[in-house]
Design a protein around this ligand. Structure first.
Ligand SMILES: Nc1ncnc2c1ncn2[C@@H]1O[C@H](COP(=O)(O)OP(=O)(O)OP(=O)(O)O)[C@@H](O)[C@H]1O
Length: 672
């Protein structure tokens, strides 16, 4: 029997033994809980009148319930490990030692008892980096005590499923590539996979990087950015359990389908899921008191596709730029004077002269944002009164004072002030309407949010210790400025400038260090794993990319055809789909929502089982999916049909690039 198989049966036995022990301890715990309940009901009438005993009992019960819950989680983890306890092994001989030690690597640690030498090492354990970073020969890894050096005698790869060894072999570079191709050659799932078995060296360096405060990864389409970000989170949680909980991490994701697509990886890696949020949604919530509704990014893209107005696109860019911030700051500086009309306040014997108020406003409380400052002065005034007379103000008196103090602002309406800013900057103001009728175009959402924060202050997100931003190319200078203010924490920022959803590619790498500071490290990833060589070459041609490295995985040639109208395209797609295939997921991707709806209606009627993703969808299904390019971003499908356009502008070219790079195995581009 091979070493691997022998170890598998040994570890399987140990795991089963452990599961039995844990199960026993769970039933003991349950009996204990039952006993506590009984004791409580029998004795609670005699417990002390102050409730101390009652409280102690409750606490003990809670402690036992929690302990049992933990044991259950442990059992669940061990049961999962039974399916595939390990996937790799490194035989490493430390310098100065005679014999090599075998380290088996799996999805989690497993040892006989806590604190004992593990039978299996978690893929995130320091020693496991040997598996990802080195081939046979000299090697080293960073342990808490320092760098440990030695020699790798051999490295093994295993595929175990349902406790059975499917294959095992000593690995070298060539075989590693074969395994990777086999992993990628299979059909895509409806969710992103964990890649622990085949993390590549350059990817491992990013996952294990804890030094850099801000890590920015510019990676080609399909280079594994999203996968890496999630594995990195799992790594950070594993290594800093004391300070970092899953609730301390936030991911900014483009939409809910994407969130669902990535949602299972962390639980699979033994961690709790983290919070995710769309920045647009966050912004709307923050602006709710100023406007009733806001457009989102997708509305703006749709408009740009349906009736492109170059001046509108230009305005959008200008309003998100560094120059705009300069203009806004100048406006704010002037507002400090122009917004205020000071007058003396006198209340039951206490007088604050205009000069005194001016002094308080521009000196003592200068740090407080302009629109919140008078409130602070009013509080100061009230305090003075209440201390002097030793009585609290009535509600009515408070209201009267508020009217007086707030009356010193020419206006406190951020919408009105934003309009003044637009006018001063030479732009058309928004309609001067009441709150109920106020809706914002996308171009005004973030400028208004910026103004709101500068005028009223913001709530810092102190609980968040690590922010992950995916699709970094879709955020503007202004958005990053706001994010940097809201989240003064560590960040992992990843994206691909070639996938910008605009006329031109936006190179965020140029301005990010300026906003986020010197501790920003930029890493480029040029190797792509998702697409076949044929698809990647086709896509790269659209985007004008020439320096991408590809994994040598081949497939069918890309099919490219031109049709007279959309109806003909749909007939062709239907024909293709009716032939059937073994693929798990197929996508029909369009440029606009209208086209997607038409395609969906047509195919659904004829094929029955077809799903549609709109911006409110929260998951995508197996089988055929119809959606737009912008909602397919970040996702992948075995086979993709693109409903494209013959005549292309910059945005359409970008859109086609995004569509093409979604395909794992087969791509057809049908243009009208
Ligand atoms: N080391 C790896 N081993 C196995 N599969 C990998 C590896 N790296 C990436 N992949 C696979 O490549 C595909 C692309 O990964 P991912 O979606 O993370 O890339 P991305 O850079 O975020 O892509 P995009 O920007 O185009 O959306 C996924 O199917 C992922 O499982």
């Amino acid at each position: 029997m091979s070493e691997g198989k022998r170890y598998l049966s040994f570890v399987t036995e140990k795991l089963k033994e452990r599961i039995r022990e844990v199960s026993q301890s769970i039933s003991q715990g349950e009996q204990e809980i039952q006993g506590m309940h009984e004791y409580y009901w029998e004795n609670y009438t005699e417990m002390d009148q102050y409730g101390y005993e009652n409280f102690d009992n409750q606490q003990a019960l809670l402690g036992q319930v929690n302990a049992n819950q933990e044991q259950r989680m442990l059992r669940h983890r061990l049961e999962k490990m039974l399916d595939a306890p390990f996937f790799g092994r490194v035989d490493f001989c430390y310098d100065g030692e005679e014999e090599a030690e075998s380290f088996y690597i799996g999805i989690g640690n497993f040892s006989q008892k806590t604190g004992q030498v593990p039978y299996i090492y978690d893929w995130r354990a320091p020693v496991s980096s040997l598996f990802y970073d080195f081939d046979k020969g000299e090697a080293s890894y960073e342990a808490p005590a320092g760098t440990l050096t030695g020699e790798i005698h051999s490295k093994w790869q295993y595929k175990i499923r349902q406790g059975k060894m499917l294959y095992e072999f000593e690995s070298d570079m060539k075989i590693d590539d074969e395994i990777l191709k086999a992993e990628l050659g299979g059909n895509g799932d409806i969710q992103l996979k964990n890649i622990v078995r085949t993390i590549q060296k350059e990817q491992n360096a990013i996952i294990r990087n804890t030094k850099d405060k801000i890590l920015v990864i510019q990676g080609a389409a399909g280079s594994g950015k999203t996968s890496i970000a999630l594995h990195r989170i799992a790594y950070l949680l594993y290594h800093d359990r004391k300070n970092m909980k899953s609730s301390n991490i936030l991911i900014l994701s483009p939409n809910s389908v994407f969130s669902d697509y990535i949602s299972h990886i962390l639980p699979e890696l033994g961690e709790e899921n983290i919070q995710e949020m769309s920045f647009d949604l966050f912004a709307y919530r923050e602006l709710r008191e100023i406007v009733t509704d806001c457009e989102d990014r997708y509305d703006q893209i749709e408009r740009e596709l349906l009736c492109p107005l170059p001046e509108e696109t230009e305005r959008l860019h200008q309003k998100q730029s560094e120059e705009f911030l300069g203009i806004a700051e100048m406006f704010l500086a002037n507002l400090e004077d122009s917004l205020m009309e000071f007058h003396e306040v006198s209340f039951k014997g206490i007088v604050k002269t205009e000069a005194e108020l001016v002094k308080l406003f521009y000196f003592k409380f200068q740090e407080i944002p302009l629109l919140a400052r008078m409130e602070a002065i009013q509080e100061y005034f009230t305090d003075e009164y209440e201390t002097l007379y030793n009585r609290k103000l009535t509600e009515e008196e408070e209201e009267g004072l508020t009217r007086e103090f707030m009356g010193m602002y020419a206006t406190r309406d951020v919408y009105v002030l934003y309009n003044q800013l637009l006018e001063e900057a030479g732009w058309k103001p928004l309609p001067a309407v009441s709150y109920e009728k106020r809706t914002l175009r996308y171009e005004d959402v973030y400028p208004m949010l910026y103004l709101k924060y500068r005028l009223l202050g913001k709530k810092g997100q102190k609980n968040i210790k690590h922010l992950v931003i995916d699709e970094m190319q879709d955020y503007s200078f202004l958005q990053y400025t706001i994010l940097a203010e809201l989240f003064p924490c560590k960040m992992t920022i990843l994206g691909d400038c070639a996938q910008t959803m605009e006329e031109e590619q936006q190179d965020v790498l140029q301005f990010l260090p300026g906003i986020l500071g010197k501790q920003t490290r930029i890493i480029l990833m040029k190797k792509s794993y998702r697409n076949t060589v044929e698809i990647a070459n086709y896509a790269n041609q659209i985007a004008g990319l020439t320096d991408m490295e590809l994994l040598e995985r081949h497939g069918k040639a890309v099919e490219q055809k031109i049709f007279a109208n959309q109806q003909e395209v749909l007939e062709e797609i239907l024909l293709q789909l009716q032939k059937g295939s073994d693929y798990e997921t197929t996508a029909v991707l369009t440029m606009t929502e209208q086209e997607a709806l038409e395609a969906y209606g047509y195919l659904k009627e004829r094929l029955g089982e077809v799903s549609y993703i709109d911006r409110n969808s929260s998951a995508f299904q197996r089988g055929i999916t119809v959606t737009t390019f912008y909602l397919a971003k970040g996702l992948e499908f075995d086979r993709v049909f693109v409903l494209g356009r013959k005549e292309k502008n910059g945005l359409l070219r970008q859109a086609e690039y995004i569509c093409a790079t979604r395909a794992l195995h087969e791509l057809a581009v049908y243009e009208v």
